[in-house]
Design a protein around this ligand. Structure first.
Ligand code: ATP
Ligand code: MG
Length: 565
């Protein structure tokens, strides 16, 4: 696996060779003097939690601002009072901070610009570029025409500027009910672009807003509000996803007609899609509301809060986003690439500890019963800087159930009657017998050890093919471990025939009786470790307690993923 591989799209690793298409646009703008600085923004609507796709947008915008020594604005696009909640404002801020995108003192709310937006609307009316219409929403849709058919002129299009000013003022003053009147931009009912057929730019909505309260009963529409927000903040490059491509002419129309001295420019890129995970807000909401997952941060989800709880790091997400590249073409990325990124990130940073997830006893019959010795074990063989720890070793140990077999198949090199293995960083042991319970389940494996084979003693006359991990039984911590799989079954498709989500019944496995080495006793929420031969795990931030640790498996060690060339 190559450390410096690149994928088909431009990406940061190949920066010296090729720049992604957004960088090329910015380079040109700066060279030609279209802009003399770069200001980007991330504009979430506070109506849900952020997910991995948003992370891409955040890191892209923040990264460009950094790269060009420009500015990055954090702006809540809170112009739609129906869906917004203060709760989401806080979670979104926390997620972005965690990702490391620093907006410094540049935190903005679109609702702070309602007065200016209103002024722009008035200006448009005065220029003859907007009019008040009494058509209902249905009528407006009908008049708009189709892709193959031009729209019809709005019968209220002939109102005078004075009348429009008066009616708009009255809309603002609360004289009309919801839906009774709207303000439309006067553009072109025959435009081949439906978005340009006199779009509604203000509507009446007698609703309280989470920040402005009851001050307004008219609210601007997204396509009108967004360019104004960008322009007010001095944003230069307004980066959004592909579905807004057809809205760009309207974006440009608004900033031009509003006569902003330094109009921003909209650039669209392809959304990030991940295979076999749910990112759609409404599906996640359903999973949360139906109690299928234990909240927006359930480790099986790919919300940023969930990824954090699961044990992903900001660095791994950054790496992932870089590998995905920036593109104009929609495609999905394999979830395995995200796993690759977290493995790579944790590999050298985290101590490698021993844990038996499905423990059985191993008794060393010839080891003194009252003896404990302390073995010095390196925390990470590939990174000496992580130091060493002392691990107690004694007569009774725990090993993982699948490291012993009564009747092993060929090429099984772990414990079976008569076979000798290495206990990791300790001694060679040879299996002499085993015990089963009344159900035929193995409970205890008996071995003898060879004192001459102690780790570091330099004696290695014999070769053994298997090395297994172990935990000293009297010193072991009992802990819970949660194993995760994708919540949507890959093979069977995302939906059932009846439209319900096709859930993977194995998305969560809880192992309640795991045993771990005592060095883990001080593990704190979010701390992560490699459990040797098994994977990377972190301490669950919600359910773990000092004396009842709960670990999440972040990712297993095995992978068939190959970094795309
Ligand atoms: P909705 O519009 O349905 O509420 P949204 O995911 O578009 O959902 P926003 O809060 O509008 O939510 O998104 C904020 C920003 O994140 C937008 O600029 C949007 O383009 C970007 N974004 C959203 N989803 C993705 C994605 N999958 N990949 C990249 N960027 C995304
Ligand atoms: Mg959106």
């Amino acid at each position: 696996m190559s450390e410096t591989g690149t994928n088909t799209n431009d990406n940061v690793e190949s920066e010296a060779v090729s720049r992604n298409f957004i960088e090329q646009i910015i380079d040109k703008d700066l060279a030609e003097g279209t802009y003399d600085t770069v200001v980007t923004r991330f504009p979430p609507e506070p109506n849900g939690y952020l997910h991995i796709g948003h992370a891409k947008s955040i890191l892209l915008n923040y990264g460009l601002a950094q790269q060009y020594h420009g500015k990055f604005n954090m702006r809540f696009d809170d112009t739609n009072p129906t869906k917004e909640k203060e709760e989401f404002v806080e979670s979104i801020k926390a997620d972005i901070e965690w990702l490391g995108a620093d907006w410094e003192d540049r935190l903005f709310f679109a609702s702070d610009y309602f007065d200016q937006m209103y002024e722009v609307a008035v200006k448009l009316i005065k220029k003859g570029k907007a009019y008040v219409s009494d058509l209902s929403a249905d009528e407006i849709r009908e008049y708009r025409g189709t892709l193959t058919e031009a729209g019809k002129e709005d019968p209220y299009n002939t109102r005078s500027i004075e009348e429009n000013l008066k009616l708009f003022e009255e809309m603002k003053a609360g004289k009309y009910a919801d839906g009774e009147k709207v303000l439309r931009a006067r553009i072109d009912m025959a435009s081949p672009n439906m978005n340009m057929r006199d779009p509604v730019i203000y509507r009446v909505a007698h609703m309280s807003h989470h920040r402005t309260g009851g001050k307004w009963c008219i609210y601007p529409m997204y396509d009108f509000a967004h360019p104004i927000e960008d322009a007010i903040e001095g944003v230069t490059h307004s980066i959004c996803t592909l579905e807004f491509e057809d809205h760009r002419p309207l974006y440009d129309w608004v900033v031009r007609e509003a006569e902003f001295p330094h109009p921003p420019k909209q650039i669209e890129f392809a959304k990030l899609y991940l295979t076999n995970v749910v990112t759609g807000k409404r599906y996640i909401k359903k999973l949360v509301e139906d109690g299928i997952v234990d909240g927006w941060d359930d480790p099986r989800l790919v919300s940023i809060a969930a990824l954090k709880r699961r044990g992903f790091t900001p660095e791994s997400i950054k790496k992932f986003v870089e590998l995905c590249g920036v593109s104009k073409a929609n495609s999905s990325t394999d979830y395995a690439m995200l796993e690759y990124c977290i493995r790579e990130d944790l590999k050298l940073k985290k101590p490698r500890m021993m844990a038996a997830l499905d423990p059985i006893k191993l008794v060393i019959d010839n080891y003194p019963e009252d003896k404990t010795e302390y073995l010095e074990i390196p925390n990470n063989l590939e990174n000496e800087a992580l130091g060493t720890r002392q691990v107690p070793f004694c007569r009774e140990l725990y090993i993982d159930r699948d490291d012993f077999m009564e009747n092993p198949p060929k090429k099984y090199f772990r414990l079976f009657p008569g076979n000798e293995v290495r206990l990791m960083s300790a001694y060679f042991v040879k299996c002499v017998s085993f015990e089963k319970d009344e159900n035929g389940k193995v409970t205890t494996v008996h071995c003898t050890y060879d004192p001459e084979t102690k780790q570091g003693s330099g004696f290695n006359a014999r070769k053994v093919k298997g090395t297994i991990h172990w935990v000293p039984a009297p010193y072991a911590l009992k802990a819970e471990v949660r194993l995760y799989e994708n919540i949507i079954d890959e093979e069977k498709g995302v939906y059932n025939e009846d439209g319900s989500l096709n859930l993977n019944p194995n998305s969560l496995t809880v192992l309640k009786d795991c045993r771990m080495e005592p060095a883990l006793k001080d593990a704190k929420p979010y701390d992560s470790f490699q459990f040797v031969r098994q994977g990377f795990f972190n301490v669950d931030s919600r359910d773990s307690k000092q004396d009842a640790l709960v670990f999440n498996r972040i990712v297993s060690l095995k992978s068939s993923f190959v970094l795309p060339k």
